[in-house]
Design a protein around this ligand. Structure first.
Ligand code: ATP
Length: 361
């Protein structure tokens, strides 16, 4: 298996900067997910690693070899596409064995390897079928099989599940994760689906306009977003973000949002400054003194409900077990534990942290 290192990787298309000075280390056996909205540069990064697109700056290292300009076929990497890219006139067995025939392996050896991979992916009974006789999930497994059979240094996957329906997406997701754990393979995986990123990644790389916003474990990226962008991208609904003022009341930090003071329980005397305060919908509770709002709608998600409340001029989402206990038009108080409040600089969008002793309560 392999390590992949990107050193200042960049790609321009005319005046568009698709990828901007990206530095990233993918360790041997890691499952790294490139996550971000449409057009943020995820596929461009993957295609540069695969050798399908030349960078306009920077280097791609595979282990300690500079492969920036190596032809795609000479890179020890296997790519799995969203479109499966199967050969329609070839059987499943021939599709899976294709890379081995290209390497001119003996027929018996190819057959043995194809059967081994088919067993891993539960495709044993389908080897003589043509792609059109398969379901979407089965086709995707054949595409995975064709990558697996090469036993590559690393797998590059570009939204491989996006053509599947939601149930199949969830089972195939579990299969890919299990396969990764069993093989200990290095994977770089592109998606805009945060559930895929949260459930499969050992580390998530969040991209925005070709730039790296944050790299970290799913927990770190969700619990400690480094930027307003990351806070607003992850989570469903995303983190509530409201402009506020940070000020000190009797030597203790307090956030003033929608005309309400929310004490942070941190001792510090700072001059007043504008901030953006963030709180996840699941960290807000209904009832008690705190922000005051009016419920506009309640969404039923099955096991949970989300109440969208108007607080001042902002809509704030609250998520909780169903029934959440409020109805459209209700006046509500919203409260949060100060430890669940996130503060960001409105200009740079970066997370604010400070060193101070907590106030004892
Ligand atoms: P999606 O999730 O929609 O696939 P993405 O994050 O993978 O998006 P890319 O496909 O990498 O985004 O594109 C990044 C930027 O580069 C976009 O602004 C896109 O329009 C631009 N781009 C990509 N390929 C080309 C190309 N061949 N010519 C010109 N611009 C391109």
């Amino acid at each position: 298996m392999s390590r992949i290192r990107l050193e200042g990787l960049s790609r321009r298309f005319g005046s568009t900067v698709a990828v901007d000075d990206l530095h990233l280390d993918v360790a041997d056996g890691e499952f790294v997910v490139l996550l971000g909205p449409s057009g943020c540069g995820k596929s461009t990064v993957l295609r540069m690693i695969a050798g399908l697109l030349p960078p306009t700056g920077g280097r791609v290292m595979l282990d300690d070899t500079d492969i920036t300009h190596a032809p795609a076929r000479e890179r020890d990497l296997a790519m799995v596409f969203q479109s499966y890219a199967l050969y329609p006139h070839l059987s499943v067995a021939k599709n899976i064995g294709f890379p081995l025939r290209a390497r001119r392996l003996a027929k018996a050896e190819i057959r043995a390897k194809v059967e081994q991979v088919a067993a891993v992916l539960d495709l044993g009974g389908l080897l003589e079928r043509k792609p059109k006789e398969l379901s979407g999930g089965q086709r995707q497994r054949v595409a995975l099989g064709r990558a697996l059979v090469r036993d590559p240094g690393a797998f590059l996957m570009d939204e491989p599940l996006s053509n599947l329906d939601s149930k199949l997406r969830s089972t195939t997701r579990t299969e890919i994760s299990a396969l990764h754990q069993r093989l200990g393979a290095t994977v770089v995986y592109v998606t805009h689906d945060q559930v895929e990123a949260m459930t499969m990644a050992t580390r998530i790389v969040v991209l925005n306009h070709g730039k790296l916003e944050q790299v970290g474990t799913p927990e770190a990226v969700y619990d400690q977003p480094e930027t307003v962008f990351v806070a607003g991208f992850l989570g469903s609904p995303a983190m509530n973000l409201v402009p506020a003022t940070l000020h000190s009341v009797d030597g203790s930090l307090t956030v003033r949002a929608a005309e309400i003071d929310l004490p942070l329980g941190i001792a510090a005397d700072l001059p007043d400054r504008p901030v953006i305060v963030g709180v996840r919908p699941e960290h807000l509770a209904i009832g008690g003194a705190g922000l005051r709002g009016v419920v506009r709608t309640v969404e039923n998600l099955g096991g949970e409900e989300v109440a969208h409340c108007l607080v001042g001029e902002h809509t704030v989402a609250v998520r909780g077990p169903r029934p959440i206990g409020v109805r459209t038009g209700d006046a509500v108080g919203l409260r949060a534990d100060p430890k669940h409040l996130h503060l960001f600089d409105p200009d740079s969008g970066r997370r604010l942290t400070w060193q101070a002793a907590p106030v004892s309560v």
